[in-house]
Design a binder for this molecule. Structure first.
Ligand SMILES: Cc1cc2nc3c(=O)[nH]c(=O)nc-3n(C[C@H](O)[C@H](O)[C@H](O)COP(=O)(O)OP(=O)(O)OC[C@H]3O[C@@H](n4cnc5c(N)ncnc54)[C@H](O)[C@@H]3O)c2cc1C
Length: 393
């Protein structure tokens, strides 16, 4: 997503494809020990077969590996409830640049014995070590799943709707995905395959999901929360999935991100910011794009994991590649003043390197370099990603 796995002619590529063994599952301690090349979907399926849940879930589930998830600290659709990958990793094993094997295969939730070394390898995009094994944290499998698609008349209703659902659903709210009208129309119109579960014309569409433990009452609780939201005029229309097929169709709408590639080239963005600053930020990006390109010269689609303050933009502005940095400026610059992040969940790689300083201070970047210098002094591990090492003269 950010050219973090891109290689040059002088690089060696290390494949962990055959390190794909699920070594053990412990349902009492609620852990699974895996090799780093294991595909995420296999981990999810094995957890499910054991009556447990591995909560990390994202569109790339069928191809991405646990090692990749760890190295990018992947987020996905259930962060609001279970946190990012970091929250689902209890321990790991990594091989350092000098061949040292750091076995930090902790399987306890609490362990404050000095530095928590695993955190160094989570989200560091393979620049500090090669992750080879991991102890994953499992959760109890939910016994109910309530999925609802809600339409609103403006952005203003969304923060209050999120708070209302979160407070009324007894801690079971697991997803709060928002699609702006432009994205919703794209993924529910020909040539996209899904028909719109709610009619076009509203300003925003929320896909919310609760994972609960009591099928007998969870549906009633969701309906009561929706009723209250409607009375407070936070909901213009809503549809609750009545069966697995309807739920799958609703998620298929949200997951059909590939429709953005009807426009070529399409540039994608993954930013995060305070929910309270979101409306003004999206407006300022629009203003910047208007000023840069004029109303008829660009297409923008907006969606994201709003419950986590995470927005994705997909923007097309003609076929000339020279527009890419101009679009990046329109998206990233307004984040500076509001303390937002240029990368919510995809990392920095090569693509966002020029913009790291919008979200990180010089001191923070210098400390990152010191860590790199301590663990990989010769710069042999995914070098040139995130920041220049050694520092460019
Ligand atoms: C369709 C789609 C949807 C997505 N949706 C989401 C989403 O909702 N939320 C989200 O957070 N992300 C999302 N992503 C990004 C996704 O999280 C990452 O692509 C994925 O986690 C990376 O895993 P991978 O095995 O594909 O790693 P790769 O792409 O192979 O590598 C990614 C990085 O990790 C490093 N790396 C890989 N394995 C190891 C290892 N064993 N040790 C050390 N470093 C390693 C690589 O060097 C590279 O820097 C999506 C991606 C796609 C394609």
């Amino acid at each position: 997503m950010v050219a973090s796995a891109v290689t040059g002619p002088d690089d060696l590529v290390l494949s962990l494809e055959r390190m794909n063994r699920i070594e053990s599952v412990d349902t009492t301690n609620r852990t699974m020990t895996v090799q780093a090349g294991t595909i995420l979907q296999r981990v999810q399926e094995r957890a499910d077969a054991e009556g447990m849940l591995f909560p990390l879930d994202l569109g790339a589930r069928g191809s991405c590996t646990v090692g990749g998830n760890i190295s990018t600290n992947a987020g996905g659709n259930r962060v609001i409830r279970y946190g990012m990958t970091r929250e689902s990793v209890l321990g790991l094993e990594a091989v350092l640049a000098d061949g040292t094997v750091v076995s930090s295969m902790n399987s306890m939730i609490k362990n404050n014995t000095g530095y928590d070394l695993k955190q160094l390898f989570i989200g560091s995009e393979g620049s500090l070590g090669v992750v080879t094994r991991a102890v994953l944290r499992l959760r109890e499998k939910p016994r109910s799943r309530e999925t609802v698609l809600i339409a609103t008349r403006s952005f203003d209703q969304l923060p209050a709707l999120l708070k209302l659902l979160d407070s009324r659903l007894n801690g079971t709210l697991s997803a709060f995905e928002v699609m702006w009208a432009d994205f919703y129309a794209l993924v529910t119109s020909f040539p996209a395959h899904q028909s719109p579960p709610l009619k076009h014309g509203y300003s925003h569409y929320v896909l919310a999901e609760a994972l609960g433990g009591d099928p007998a009452t969870d549906k009633e609780r969701m309906l009561a929360a929706l009723q209250e939201a409607a009375e407070e005029e936070l909901v213009a229309d809503a549809v609750l999935a009545q069966n697995e097929s309807q739920r799958t169709s609703m998620w298929a709408v949200r997951d059909d991100v590939d429709q953005i590639y009807q426009y070529d080239p399409m540039y994608t963005f993954d930013v995060s910011l305070r929910i309270g600053a979101m409306k003004d930020y999206v407006d300022s990006v629009e203003q910047e794009l208007l000023a840069e390109f004029g109303a008829d010269r660009y297409r923008k689609f907006t969606f994201g994991h709003m419950g986590d303050g995470n927005l994705h933009f997909a923007i097309h502005a003609g076929s000339d590649d020279a527009v890419h940095p101009l679009i990046e400026r329109c998206v990233y610059e307004p984040l500076r003043a509001i303390g937002g992040s240029v990368s919510a969940e995809h990392g920095i790689g090569l693509e966002k390197k020029p913009y790291l300083s919008i979200s990180r201070s010089d001191v923070e970047i210098e400390v990152m370099r010191r860590l790199k210098s301590a663990l990989d002094p010769n710069g042999i591990l995914n070098n040139g990603k995130i920041f220049d090492f050694p520092q460019a003269a």
